[in-house]
Design a protein around this ligand. Structure first.
Ligand code: PFF
Length: 501
């Protein structure tokens, strides 16, 4: 059977942007920017984008485009060890989707709660004690939380309907889930800017503190943000580009994806910090006190800000719905891209039926995600997320770039991409791919591992409160199992490999 194809170029670019633009843009970038030098952070951020993000994205587009297979089979052309890296990326993606869907589940729940601004008065108690009923530690699992399970079912059903026919069904929905959050973020940013205190919020977000640039951690923050945000170092971008025609552009698509993704992050910062600025002013607190990221921002601080808005009861409900629909539409295309990356990889290597493979990936994923629907789920989500993100992405990206630099050779890569792309790259790109990207990625990787080890030993990190045993299980054992399974999958011989759709 012939390989499936994206309907047209725009659909592919939208799907890539949709995967890249997710919760990371809305709840992580604004805070990371504000707390790492504000406007000055944009310097390391763009350096990371140009020296690592875009080159790795181009490499991933190239691998899928050239070999027309998911991550492991594409990388498998460079030997078994490279195939292991491909599977590692696949299983990291798979693990991410098992908890990313749980966050989607909370968003579904909050859409419902938005109708009454149910968290008003005690947004933190509402989220942690009422909705999640968090236990006292990761080893006290507690029971399941029904509202989370209901939300999870909705999330997985939504994913099933979007990926059931791979690029065909994704193509039908993608413009909505990419376009809508952009419109909603613009509306939220503009209405946020009308509020008292908004300017202070934006100042906090963007006023530059150049002295921060001396701090190495600001630079690693920029790189980690870029990778997670661009969805590179996972199996997704290789899978997506494997459904491109051989004549399709590579470089221009990568630039459009990267800049659209950064633009959405930047825009989200205005939506978030204008409203937080208002909240700081209304509650007499400082922005440093209230600004936070991740779960705390999306489900506690921002909802609380909404409940204080001077727009009347109906206005607040509308604002809340806009915010959670924005989160939902931002997140869902990232979530289903992870499923597609996984099912493409399996079907391509083992010749299994793509549709059935997707169903199985969803079933197994849904069952695993139940772990995070327990009362200890938040702890496990936090631990697993931290390890997967810090190491998974960097390791995979570094190895991909190293393969390019040492095995394929940048010169060949450039010949290939220039033969199909609108934007032709020159000698500078050869130097970038051959030297700059691998060296920079190597340094960032080593520094991250070093910081992690010293954080654990000195108990300096925020997660020091977790019992070490939970960090070992949710972090190192989890990564070890992922590696082991990746090796097993790579070694498995395939007899009678058939083409599949
Ligand atoms: N890029 C997404 C975000 O910023 O939220 C998350 C993500 C999606 C990471 C897909 C990795 C991936 F393969």
């Amino acid at each position: 059977m012939k390989r499936a194809r994206w309907g047209n170029r725009m659909v592919f670019v939208l799907a890539a942007v949709g995967s890249a633009a997710g919760l990371g843009n809305a709840w992580r970038f604004p805070y990371v920017c504000a707390s790492n030098g504000g406007g000055a952070f944009l310097i390391p951020y763009f350096i990371a984008l140009i020296t690592a993000g875009i080159p790795v994205l181009i490499v991933e587009f190239l691998l899928g485009h050239k070999y027309q297979k998911g991550a492991p089979s594409s990388l498998g052309n460079f030997g078994k060890a490279s195939e292991v890296v491909g599977w590692f990326a696949v299983f990291i993606s798979f693990i991410i989707v098992t908890y990313y869907t749980v966050i989607m589940a909370w968003v579904f729940d909050y859409l419902w709660y938005s109708l009454k601004i149910a968290w008003a008065g005690d947004s933190s108690g509402f989220f942690f004690n009422k909705l999640l009923q968090v236990t006292e530690g990761p080893w006290t699992i507690g029971g399941f939380r029904l509202p989370v399970i209901i939300g999870l079912m909705l999330a997985w059903i939504a994913i099933y309907f979007t990926v059931k026919d791979s690029v065909h069904s994704i193509g039908k929905i993608i413009k909505w889930v990419v376009g809508l959050p952009i419109i909603l973020l613009v509306v939220l940013a503009i209405s946020g800017m009308t509020l008292d205190g908004a300017v202070e919020g934006i100042n906090y977000y963007l006023s530059p503190d150049f002295s921060k640039l001396k701090d190495f951690s600001v630079w690693t923050a920029a790189f980690t943000q870029i990778f997670f945000s661009l969805s590179v170092g996972f199996a997704v971008m290789i899978a997506y580009s494997s459904y491109l025609d051989k004549e399709s552009d590579i470089t221009n698509n990568a630039f459009i994806t990267a800049f659209a993704n950064s633009g959405i992050s930047f825009l989200a910062g205005f939506a978030i910090f204008s409203t937080l600025g208002y909240m700081a002013q209304a509650t007499g607190s400082t922005l440093a006190e209230i600004s936070t990221q991740g779960v705390g921002l999306a489900f506690v601080v921002y909802p609380e800000a909404i409940s204080l808005l001077p727009f009347g009861a109906v206005g607040q409900v509308i604002f809340a719905l806009l915010f959670f629909i924005a989160l939902l539409t931002l997140g869902i295309d990232s979530a289903f891209s992870l499923v597609e990356g996984t099912s493409t990889a399996i079907a391509d290597k083992f010749g299994t039926n793509k549709k059935k493979t997707t169903v199985w990936v969803i079933i197994v994923g849904a069952v695993i995600s139940l772990l995070y629907a327990t009362r200890a789920g938040l702890y496990w989500l936090d631990i697993v997320d931290r390890y997967v993100n810090n190491f998974g992405i960097l390791v995979v990206s570094f190895i991909e770039v190293a393969i390019i630099a040492r095995i394929i050779k940048p010169k060949k890569v450039i010949e290939y991409i220039n033969s199909v792309s609108d934007i032709k790259v020159g000698k500078w790109f050869e130097i970038l791919l051959g030297y700059i990207s691998p060296i920079i990625l190597g340094i960032v990787l080593i520094m991250t591992i070093k910081n992690e080890i010293s954080d654990v030993i000195n108990k300096t990190a925020y997660f020091a409160d977790y019992p070490t045993s939970s960090l070992v299980v949710g972090g190192w054992v989890m990564l070890g199992v992922v590696l082991l399974v990746s090796i097993l999958f790579a070694r498995k011989k395939v007899i009678n490999k058939t083409e599949n759709e």
